[in-house]
Write a protein that binds this ligand. Structure first.
Ligand code: MLC
Ligand code: AMP
Length: 503
């Protein structure tokens, strides 16, 4: 019955275990049955959602897959929302995506009422689905839009990154092939399900292959270690912060407790790190502890995964490897000319079927993001001995913290609403655990004072916890250039120079 390859494959996987989660163990048939109910309710007697956006705020358990697949079966565009987002951030995503329907669970239904009222989206509560018979489902061609993920970047508001079904499939197939996914793979999923790492690399690849995925509400070291010690997994995918936290935890454990955990990691077929730079030191320490050589890869919401160390072959600490199958990568200089030589830095450009279609409702931003059909990532890299090494980003306004991409401009826009703050500049400071942490230099209104704790309390309704400044510095003036523009490198230096007010 399903026409999408992912769902046709799920039908073939049938009674194989697909998910373990708080609802128990579910097979592929169970997921498809749930998805059909959601699709019928979404269609509400119609025959095709025709790319209507369906925002969903659903926990990481079987209900998430029911909803994602239900939207796809009904011909809609899946817009997953973050469970950690504030009401303000949720309202922005629902309204910017012009979502026609908002799907959630009973426990969140009341809190989203103001959003429903403001946007006129139809509310669908998963526990209260109307019992429609399953109607005819639409044909879904690969060029139809399938998903929209919100990404923070060089604008003060997040942009909706739209991918087609063909694009999603290419992103999945490239990884399944490169990392040799198998039906008997078992993988934990603790990453947030509003970002590509969790959605494509773990959930999408796992379900495509017929593997078993164990879903957790969040990353928790003791819970994961217990399952690893029980040899529950063959595969593991995480951001560098998680490896740093696990190294710390293993060092803190008595040897008799650490040994079975280490042995569980050592037996895995593959462990992958990505979403932010994995320091060579962390790579080497993880190998020394577990004998696993982490496979580091590079990707982005707009392009899926683009560059990866090899499954078979040398995995070089500090490098991200070679282009993945089906992905074209090149480096270009500031004049947009391709760089052919090794050891010359340039901006990574990517082309191919894995690349997104558009930023939702932002034709200019979409146009600016491409040069000659190549997507400009904004990341600077160099090729050394045939392997790409990421050197940094072209924009000072993008911060990577715990694997989350944060926009300094978005955080600044929020902070400027604070009555005590008249000017501010946000930068990312290097951090051993988080990669970078958010730091804010602020100019306060006359007679005002502000500490980090009260700033956090104020931010709670405005910014997701992972966007909040971790360091606050009150200054007389922000450093500016001759044009009056704040100079971010000089702001970063303020934090190095003056630690008196720093957390
Ligand atoms: C939380 N804390 C932070 C912080 N986030 N401190 C500094 N910087 C941050 N960014 C603080 C909290 O306030 C809290 O402090 C303590 O750390 C623990 O918080 P937590 O929320 O419990 O942390 P934890 O659950 O351990 O989360 C860490 C994490 C999470 C790494 C699991 O950040 C995460 O899931 N990151 C993955 C994001 C991701 O999927 N990115 C992929 C994007 S796609 P206190 O004092 O309250 O204890 C992409 C493309 C690609 O990038 O290539 O994949
Ligand atoms: P996002 O926009 O959230 O998808 O994050 C994508 C960004 O994460 C990329 O543009 C890079 O800056 C960064 N990134 C992803 N993987 C790596 C990696 N292995 N090393 C360094 N940076 C990475």
């Amino acid at each position: 019955m399903p026409v999408l390859p992912l769902l046709a494959r799920a039908e073939a996987h049938g009674t194989a275990t697909a998910l373990r989660c708080s609802a128990g163990t579910l097979c592929y048939d169970d997921l498809l049955a749930g998805a059909r109910l959601v699709a019928a309710a979404l269609l509400d007697g119609g025959t095709d959602l025709a790319e209507a956006r369906v925002a969903f705020l659903v926990p990481p358990r079987e209900q998430y897959v029911h909803t994602q697949w239900g939207i796809w079966l009904a011909g809609g565009v899946a817009v997953p929302l973050s469970g950690a987002a504030t009401a303000k951030e949720l309202a922005y995503a629902v309204s910017d995506s012009q979502a026609a329907i908002l799907v959630t669970t009973r426990d969140r239904a009341e809190s989203v009422q103001p959003i429903v009222a403001a946007t006129h989206a139809r509310l669908l509560v998963l526990e209260d689905l109307p019992h429609h018979g399953v109607t005819a489902l639409p044909e879904i061609s690969p060029d139809r839009r399938g998903m929209m993920l919100y990404t923070s970047g060089t604008t003060s508001t997040p942009k909706g990154v739209v991918t087609t079904h063909g694009c999603i499939q290419s992103q999945i197939e490239s990884l399944v092939h490169a990392w040799q996914w198998q039906a008997d793979d078992r993988i934990p999923l603790f990453l947030p399900l509003h970002h590509i790492h969790g959605i494509i690399n773990v959930l999408g690849c796992g379900l495509w292959t017929g593997a078993a995925i164990e879903m957790f509400p969040r990353f928790d070291v003791p819970t994961i270690f217990e399952r690893v010690a029980a040899d529950a997994y063959t595969l593991f995918m995480a951001v560098p912060t998680i490896y740093v936290k696990m190294i710390e935890a293993l060092h803190a454990m008595p040897p008799e407790q650490a040994t079975p955990v280490v042995s569980g990691f050592a037996k895995m077929r593959l462990m992958v790190s990505g979403s932010a730079a994995l320091p060579a030191r962390v790579h080497e320490e993880w190998t020394a502890l577990t004998s696993q050589k982490l496979l580091e890869r590079y990707g982005m919401t707009e392009i899926g995964m683009a560059i990866s160390n090899p499954y078979d072959g040398e995995r070089r600490p500090g490098a991200v490897g070679q282009p993945l199958p089906g992905v074209e990568v090149c480096l270009r200089n500031e004049a947009h000319q391709p760089i052919d030589a090794e050891n010359v830095a340039g901006e990574i450009h990517v082309r191919g079927p894995t690349v997104f279609r558009e930023y939702w409702n932002r034709p200019e931003a979409t146009r600016d993001a491409f040069v000659d059909g190549w997507f400009r990532t904004g990341d600077i890299a160099v090729v050394e001995d045939g392997s790409y090494r990421i050197m940094g980003r072209s924009s000072v306004d993008i911060i990577k913290s715990g694997g989350y991409k944060l926009s300094a401009l978005e955080i600044e826009a929020s902070l400027l609403d604070h009555p005590a703050i008249t000017q501010c500049a946000v930068v990312g400071l290097p951090d051993d655990t988080w990669g970078e942490t958010v730091a804010a230099a602020v100019v306060l209104a006359e007679g005002e004072s502000l500490d980090l704790e009260s700033l956090h309390a104020w931010c709670r309704d405005r910014l997701s916890p992972y966007k909040m400044p971790r360091t606050l510095l009150a200054v007389e003036d922000l450093p500016r250039n001759a044009m009056g523009k704040v100079t971010k490198p000089a702001v970063s230096r303020l934090f190095a120079g003056d630690s008196s007010n720093v957390e």
